[in-house]
Design a protein. Structure first.
Length: 249
């Protein structure tokens, strides 16, 4: 037979009480949210180096004849798009760009700032380079385009590989986004502070009300006595004086 104590071990969490507890500590929640947002803004604005992205586009068409473009040419070029992307990112192309521009970078370091993607259902390939220097981002993108055109023509024996858009000089940074980082940090501060308060509420097993006595001890409360605030203040004063005497001693 289940005892009363065993029944009391099963504590029901009242969401209403949790909400009221958090509401009573709303100042801490707001403070944590604002503090995280401010820290994120400071780090993003002053300590993270802005990055700029330059983009160029090339058009690759696998012609089977020099007379006209057929549907077969377009289809085969579409299927070979992934091959072209791999050629653009090949060691031959990247290392030739490093050598031509005299970059103090390794193959992997340069490849990490290069993004190559194919436009959906087209033979257009976009090449993007991200760098702290807008001019350098443009120069590297241009160099990769030129090297890629030559490399693809040589390997695939194609004639129709053209630059659609030359690399631009970016005027606005591509990262970091101050707005995005601040919003994410504020959300993190909000969620974290609420989570901490929920944990504090759940772990707090102090008996505070008559309902708590009945819940934890399983006994009925016959009556309550009001707390004498004057007596509490006097006790605090006496304790404070004792602490001062100990410090002087």
């Amino acid at each position: 037979m289940e005892t009363e104590v065993q029944k009391n071990d099963e504590i029901t969490i009242d969401l209403g009480e949790i909400f009221l507890f958090i509401l009573g500590k709303i100042g801490y929640v707001i403070l944590a949210t604002v503090l995280c947002a401010v820290i994120s803004f400071i780090i993003t604005y002053w300590f993270i180096t802005p990055q700029y992205t330059s983009t160029a586009k090339i058009y690759v068409l696998n012609r089977q004849s020099n007379e006209s473009v057929t549907s077969s040419d377009i289809t085969s070029s579409t299927y070979l798009t992934e091959d072209y992307i791999e050629m653009i990112q090949s060691r031959t192309v990247i290392e030739s760009v490093i050598e031509d521009l005299d970059l103090d970078l390794t193959y992997n370091q340069l490849l990490n700032v290069v993004t190559v993607s194919a436009q959906s259902d087209t033979r257009v390939i976009a090449i993007s380079v991200t760098d702290p220097d807008p001019g350098m981002a443009r120069d590297i993108t241009d160099a990769i385009c030129q090297a890629s055109v030559s490399h693809i023509k040589q390997i695939m024996e194609l004639e129709s590989v053209n630059i659609v858009d030359e690399a631009n000089t970016p005027t606005e940074k591509s990262s970091p986004s101050i707005t995005k980082n601040v919003m994410m940090a504020a959300l993190l501060g909000l969620v974290a502070s609420i989570g901490i308060l929920v944990v504090i509420f759940i772990l707090d097993d102090k008996v505070k009300t008559a309902e708590d006595v009945e819940r934890y001890l399983g006994i009925s409360v016959l009556g309550t006595m009001p707390l004498d605030e004057t007596l509490v203040r006097e006790k605090k004063k006496i304790k404070s004086k004792k602490n001062k005497v100990k410090r002087k001693g």
